[in-house]
Ligand binder design. Structure first.
Ligand SMILES: *[C@@H]1O[C@H](CO)[C@@H](O)[C@H](O)[C@H]1NC(C)=O
Ligand SMILES: *[C@@H]1O[C@H](CO)[C@@H](O)[C@H](O)[C@H]1NC(C)=O
Length: 256
């Protein structure tokens, strides 16, 4: 029970700041939180600004490090491990970005669609939309990238567990669920955009947000990646179940 409350809370805290403004990347090279994180019994909600070892978060750099630790907790106790490694290559043909990933001796590829805005100046900030074209308004001057999340990992019902490109690479029995798999896919998408460079893609990979409707709105998957060690992209939004309201990263619903 306690865990069911705690982990979403931590995920929520990961997203406490949201803006498509320029993201600051915080150096975390000296940050190596333990991978063997303890999970002590605690009858109260833990202080998110206290490391597992009891040290306090005092600086922005500490917080970047603590986010890694929280990510570790989520992966270990709820979502399954996010695989690192692998190589990514990409080609862009019109609006079709073909992302190819090789890892674990296997290769997969998927197509993401890039829709550039009709105004503004390249490289554009972009909203990565999970699964479908967004039905909420996207601000002028912001690109949309439609990510084929269902191809990365299916989520139809219990029987769809283990199906999708992620599992083609890592095996149907990999312990990560769809949310981690989608996060992995978005990470590869960003790697692909970075490798092609903004001059080619016209996308500013330092100004990315993500959104999705209904099950695609499970923002934790975005946060895992966007709060990932080497990056601080943390603007995400989800639609509510009826996809009529936009929920911002603080969980506040706004009428569209
Ligand atoms: C994407 O690229 C891979 C690797 O070059 C290729 O095998 C695949 O056919 C391409 N997919 C599409 C839809 O063009
Ligand atoms: C996955 O796990 C199931 C149940 O333990 C097992 O029957 C199956 O052979 C495993 N599949 C692979 C590819 O390891």
């Amino acid at each position: 029970m306690y865990r069911r409350i705690l982990l979403p809370l931590l995920a929520f805290l990961l997203s406490a700041s949201c803006s498509l403004a320029q993201q600051t990347e915080v150096a975390t090279e000296n940050c190596s939180p333990s991978v063997d994180l303890p999970y002590p019994s605690n009858t109260k909600l833990p202080n998110p600004f206290t490391f597992a070892n009891g040290n306090q978060v005092k600086t922005v750099k500490d917080w970047a490090c603590r986010k890694r630790e929280i990510q570790g907790l989520l992966e270990k106790y709820e979502l399954g491990p996010l695989p690192g490694g692998g190589t990514t290559s990409a080609t862009l043909d019109g609006d079709r970005l073909n992302v190819t990933v090789t890892d674990n001796g296997k290769t997969i590829s998927f197509l993401a669609i890039i829709i550039l805005p009709t105004e503004g100046q390249a490289p554009f900030p972009a909203i990565i939309s999970f699964g479908q074209h967004p039905t909420i308004p996207i601000p002028p001057g912001v690109a949309i990238i439609v990510m084929p999340t269902d191809m990365i990992a299916s989520q139809q019902a219990l029987f769809s567990r283990g199906y999708g490109l992620f599992y083609d690479i890592y095996g149907t029995n990999h312990s990560a669920g769809a949310m981690v798999a989608w996060t992995w896919g978005v990470g590869k998408l960003i790697d692909a955009l970075e490798s092609l460079t903004p001059a080619v893609t016209k996308i500013n990979t330092k100004r990315l947000g993500a959104t999705g409707c209904s099950y695609n709105a499970k923002r934790r998957s975005n946060h895992l990646r966007f709060g990932a060690p080497d990056r601080t992209y943390d603007c995400t939004g989800g639609w509510n179940r009826r996809c009529e309201l936009l929920e911002d990263s603080r969980g506040v619903e706004q009428k569209r």
